[in-house]
Design a protein around this ligand. Structure first.
Ligand code: PHE
Length: 346
């Protein structure tokens, strides 16, 4: 009996299993109820009692080894056969990382969508512009500080001392696109201009030398400040939620008169006051105003017949308020841990 067990142990070690049918044959031969090992357990009854201890131990060991061999092969053969036919080694490993939109793109699309629902169409223009479209036609006086090298990235200046309409620079706002629209189209005009803008600023949590804007322009007969206010209220409610409140504070821009800055009630504290709104309950979101008659005239639009309003906002700022992200630099660093958090947004 002991010899039988030893031989069988060798046989089991030596037996080759290369596919699932051989594995099944192995199971039937050694491990099934009518298999060899079961038979040996039946014979065990007849083993003289003084040998029972040793034979029993060997027999259990044999059964255990056979079962282990079976289990190991079952795992590997099963997995290999599951994969047969799809052995594409160039395939990326699971799970596939799915891309997501950048938060700036999400908010840009959302703002465009909100204004397109009330008839605004998107217009685009060059990032490398001339002084004429960025400043001169927008009623900036020749000595206006925004034209200063400290604010503007110049590519070519005709004179170091004076600004010149032909100077080439990186646009500091997308109002330049609206000048191009006014030059080409006759009112009524209803357009929004999203795009990258450039300002010579030190990078900090609140400022960057490259950022994104969306500016809007509406020109027609009898356009009033009330139209501007109602349009902005509609916009704020769509973007930040229907409970948002707005307020307009007097401000100054060369290209609008009167000019205002719009604040929205702080969406973090609901207007009660917190450290994001610096305990004022309000957050500044955009600049706006009635288009200055000089701007209309510079673009050959009759300022006696037509009036219009304009507004402009930073997309980063709008996104910061929407997502309560308070460091603007995060939008430029492409840190996956930050970007992945916007996966579910549209
Ligand atoms: N162009 C202004 C800026 O860049 C924003 C603005 C647009 C203000 C239109 C008033 C009207 O800050």
């Amino acid at each position: 009996m002991l010899e039988k067990i030893t031989n069988l142990a060798h046989e089991i070690i030596a037996s080759e299993i290369s596919d699932s049918s051989e594995l099944e044959a192995f199971r039937l031969k050694y491990l099934s109820k009518k298999g060899i090992i079961s038979e040996l357990f039946d014979e065990f009854r007849n083993v003289p009692s003084e040998l029972k201890r040793e034979v029993g131990r060997k027999l259990n060991e044999l059964k255990q080894n056979a079962q282990e061999k079976y289990n190991t092969y079952k795992g590997t053969i099963g997995a290999a056969e599951d994969r047969s036919g799809v052995n594409d080694l160039t395939r990326p490993a699971y799970p596939f990382p799915s891309g997501s939109r950048h938060p700036i793109s999400i908010v840009r699309r959302e703002i465009i969508d909100i204004f397109s629902r009330i008839g605004f169409v998107v217009s685009e223009g060059p990032e490398i512009e001339d002084d004429n479209h960025v400043f001169s036609k927008l009623n900036f006086a020749p000595e206006h500080p925004a034209r200063d090298m400290q604010d503007t990235f110049y590519i070519y200046r005709n004179s170091v001392e004076d600004s010149n309409p032909d100077d080439i620079l990186l646009r500091t706002h997308t109002s330049s696109v609206q000048v191009r629209v006014m030059e080409k189209q006759k009112p009524p005009i209803r357009t929004i201009s999203p795009g990258r803008v450039f300002r010579n600023e030190a990078i900090s949590a609140r400022a960057h030398c490259i950022f994104h804007q969306i500016e809007g322009l509406y020109i027609d007969e009898n356009v009033s400040f009330a139209d501007l206010k109602q349009t902005l209220l509609y916009f704020a409610r769509e973007l930040y939620g229907k409970d948002i409140r707005i307020r307009l504070r007097p401000s100054y821009f060369p290209f609008t008169e009167p000019s205002a800055e719009m604040d929205v009630s702080c969406n973090l504290c609901g207007g009660k006051g917190c450290n994001v709104c610096k305990y004022t309950g309000w957050l500044e979101v955009l600049g706006c105003g009635m288009v200055h008659p000089n701007v209309l005239e510079a673009c050959n639009i009759d300022s006696k017949k037509y009036t219009g309003f304009a507004f402009g906002m930073g997309i980063e700022r709008a996104a910061m308020l929407k997502y309560q992200v308070n460091d603007l630099r995060l939008y430029f660093e492409n840190d996956m841990r930050f970007l992945e958090q916007f996966r579910s947004a549209f």
